[in-house]
Design a protein around this ligand. Structure first.
Ligand code: ZN
Length: 128
């Protein structure tokens, strides 16, 4: 089995960071649709329908950032664009729900091993 490619998280920020902030609120219905990927895509497309792509110079270089009507850098528009790019690059498997509270989160670990939201993530201590 080929190891899964690690998506270029850093190159997707700041839009991906915005998506992470909104997974539990403005974009939660997208994650709640999973594992139905077509329904999740339809919900994400509904959000994207009110946005327009803009080529924007960011700290990571030139990126396509989605803006709301009128060119506003609305966080939901930016987040939806970042999430769409992530899914196009890496699929839906990094969008998860916490095993404790079911809150949506983005798994950025290399092995896609994360199971809990930030609040319920166990502390990893180095061996004594
Ligand atoms: Zn949780």
């Amino acid at each position: 089995m080929r190891p899964a490619a690690v998506p270029p998280f850093r190159t997707l920020d700041p839009a991906l960071a915005a998506a992470e902030r909104l997974l539990a609120t403005g974009l939660s219905t997208v994650v709640y649709a999973l594992p139905d990927e077509l329904l999740a895509a339809a919900r994400l497309n509904t959000v994207l329908a009110g946005t327009s792509p803009r080529l924007t110079l960011t700290r990571q270089g030139w990126q396509v950032i989605h803006v709301a009507a009128g060119g506003r850098a609305d966080e939901l528009a930016v987040a939806a664009g970042g999430l769409a790019t992530l899914v196009a690059v890496a699929g839906w498997s990094r969008l998860k729900r916490c095993e404790t509270c079911a809150e949506p989160f983005l798994d950025r670990t290399n092995g896609r091993t994360r199971r809990w939201c930030t609040r319920h993530r166990p502390n990893h201590r180095p061996p004594a």
